[in-house]
Design a protein around this ligand. Structure first.
Ligand code: MN
Length: 238
């Protein structure tokens, strides 16, 4: 048994190196796995499954090839690609998971999430998130033209960039009380998430763990679970 977890690749046309790195990962590493979990922010922006740029088409095809060859693929929404929907699921063979998902690992039960919902000190973002994740709002957005949606995505990115420069590093990290609450409520030993771009394995309350996946930039990251071992692995991207 082998399970892989990745998140926060933030793929877009201006980072062909990251797209290439994922294609290599999907060709050389992922086929050995029974399951691949993408815990959000695979894409830097996603305005709907009806608009897939040519640069990202090979990613869609490679994911499809992976699932066709028997690796199960699971996708959780991030704060960038929350509009990934059913069509993407059909095109890739990915199963879209709810924002919190429980998984049995050899080391015990694990809770999977993107991680943005753990950053509760960022009150402004949590308020915005309520709107962005509202199904009625999303449905309305998806009726707009591609041009309008591209403009909205651009505005969202700019305003998030502008407000994030005013926020401290602590505000943009997870809130420890929120982490304890979700771990206790789910009754799990392990929480696995991305989003914060601070890859680490934290030990909490003695026997619990918080595993933070890394974002892909000059290095790529994945968390690998087998029957024998668990490892957070990074590699060079060039
Ligand atoms: Mn994120």
């Amino acid at each position: 048994m082998r399970i892989l977890f990745i998140s926060d690749l933030h793929l877009y046309s201006e980072r062909p190196d990251l797209i290439r790195a994922l294609l290599v990962f999907l060709r050389e590493k992922a086929p050995q796995a029974d399951q691949l979990y993408i815990l959000g922010d695979l894409f830097e922006a996603w305005i709907g499954d009806d608009f897939i740029t040519p640069d990202l088409q090979p990613v869609v095809s490679a994911l499809k090839e992976l699932t066709d060859n028997g690796t199960e693929l699971f996708f959780q929404h991030g704060n960038r690609d929350f509009l990934v929907g059913e069509r993407f699921s059909e095109l890739t063979g990915a199963q879209i998971l709810p924002d919190s998902h429980l998984l049995d690992l050899p080391s015990g039960k694990a809770l999977l999430m993107h991680g943005d919902q753990l950053c509760t000190d960022d009150v402004e973002y949590q308020q915005l998130r309520i709107m962005l994740r509202n199904p009625a709002w999303q449905k309305d957005v998806l009726t707009k033209s591609v041009e309008e949606r591209l403009m909205m995505a651009q505005q969202l990115r700019e305003s998030s960039k502008a407000s994030n420069t005013e926020k401290t590093q602590e505000i943009m990290d997870v809130n420890q009380d929120t982490v304890s609450t979700v771990i206790n409520e789910a009754g799990v030993a392990t929480l696995i998430h991305g989003h914060t771009h601070r890859p680490a394995i934290h030990t909490l309350d003695g026997d619990k763990r918080r595993i933070v996946l890394g974002d892909w930039d000059s290095q790529g990251w994945y968390f690998e679970v087998t029957d024998q071992a668990e490892e957070l692995i990074n590699f060079e991207i060039n």
